[in-house]
Design a binder for this molecule. Sequence first.
Ligand code: SAM
Length: 327
Amino acid sequence: MTVTDNYNRVINYLRLSVTDRCNLRCKYCVPRNALQDPVRRPILPYEDLFRLARESVSLGIRKIRVTGGEPLVRPGIVEFLERVNGLDAGPEIVLTTNGMLLKRMAAPLRQAGVKRLNISLDSLRAETFSVITAGGNLSMVLAGIDAAQDAGFPPPQINVVVLRGINDGEIPAFAAFAATSQLSIRFIEYMPISGETGWRSQYVPSHEVLEKIAREHRLTPVESVDGAGPAKYYELDGGPAKIGVISPISEHFCAQCNRIRISADGLARGCLLSEETTDLKPFLKQGDKAVREILIAIIRRKPKRHGISESEGWHADGWVPMSAIGG
Ligand code: SAM
């Protein structure tokens, strides 16, 4: 079965957040200058998250990205992933993590059937890393990256949110890191998800990132990379390392968007940057048929495109940190 939205996009990718808790406080994800604290709602039990995964898969979802908050801080995560991986249709299970707990969890995650990892790493300098993440430990993340490869994962994808004046000076260092480690690095444009004023002063467009790297390296556009999603990839100096850019602001990719999102508190979103949410909890109480019907309705009414642009920015009435939605 496949389900398409009203704009003929096939929706086959679910981003499922299992917790809004995180062991880091990245400044772009949980902004400290926000006027109010996010309202913390109870999160769904694993049984409900499993039912949502199962019913999504029955509607044609082929890939589930488990995210958070930090998914690895929720007790029982490995068993949950193993269960989702055991679903009949065999969805591809991938996971996004900050890597802090990966050293000890990489092997169990691999055994549970997780296919690939995305790891956030916003600085290669211990001090800057700690500032961006409010206390994160760079060497723990680097050890986690090594552990993932030792556990048999394909080279993890490294995600960097570029922030002017904070880590944009490290773009050449990240390119050098990609070249020596042979890991692929994706630079993500900072999104003012919480309606922050003054976001433009920190925002760095992807073309600037590529220009900086091209001063010292050869970048060759790559047609398509497995699991690339909205990223545009370039081979770095002939490969195998790649540089990717994700440009939700400067070059939105909504026409290719194939995903829906469910947050840990049971709110479904057709678009990361949409304020329209649907609370799935009442439907979970009604039964699996009701869950399937509402998921189809959410897919159908997925917005044509998001409303953030370089000129307009984005102004939400209320605000929800990315850590609560799942990025
Ligand atoms: N804790 C995990 C991690 O750190 O990767 C998963 C959750 S995090 C919310 C998922 C992704 O969202 C990360 O790659 C993060 O860099 C990205 N993200 C969060 N806030 C963002 C923002 N304001 N702009 C762009 N990307 C953001």
